[in-house]
Design a protein around this ligand. Sequence first.
Ligand SMILES: Cc1ncc(COP(=O)(O)O)c(C=O)c1O
Length: 285
Amino acid sequence: MLVYLNGEWLPDERARISVFDRGFTFGDGVYEVIPVYASRPFRVERHVARLKRSLGGTRIDTGYTDRQWFDLLDNLGQHLPMGEGSIYLQVTRGVSLRQHTFPARTPPTVFAYARPAIATANRDLAQGIAAALLADIRWARCDIKTTSLIANVLLTQEAADRGASEALLVRDNQVREGAASNVFAVRHGRLYTAPADHLILSGITRELVLELARQHAVDVIEESPTVEDVCTADEVLITSSGRGMLAVTTIDGAPVGDGRPGALFRLLYEALQTFKDAVRRGEVR
Ligand SMILES: Cc1ncc(COP(=O)(O)O)c(C=O)c1O
């Protein structure tokens, strides 16, 4: 696989970074995952805007212009053999002997590659997925998409150990988001989701789903549902770049609603697919 590393394109087995890269020693970096449809990076302006917010929030200065980011992402999209998949892009604070303070005059490490799509299991789409409620043990800047994902990794593994494929994260009795997704509860036809503050990563898929819901005259309420709201919801949905949209049909083993993906899931899932097809045709970005 061809990867991009600090301005060079090279086969992955020849790409090398130092053991002193702060991404390796501290998890001192940020990243993006950008879906690609028909070789076109999805909502690329929004992904680049979020990347720049993450870089700003961590005070990493790459010197890259918007044009350079767009060209890099377009180029990666072209590298996908079937044109469908996703781009992983990571920027770390670069290489320095271990010290917590920022090193002076050290260039950031910029690394990216594109990988083919992994199809969502038909079973997950048709039956929905199992989720587990877990205490949100992450830091208080979840709006920064940092590579320091140890809490998310532990939470996802804990969910998996309980037979669930996503952790629903609870702070102050409110369900904020998933370990790798945003979470929505449907109650009496209204769509509830946590506000885009510092306690969630505002997903690019989340933003689009909220737009699509409003276009379909669905009431959207950006307030965190409580644990009770989620457990007694008619439907629960998750969204992410990797998984698109899925219905959560059991929480801690108990069924959500009638235990099957519901009507609002089907409506929004179809709307999302229609949008992706328009991206494929180059009609929207
Ligand atoms: C914690 C968290 N929240 C939300 C999301 C969804 O964001 P997006 O739709 O931009 O992929 C992700 C994606 O990985 C995530 O890790």
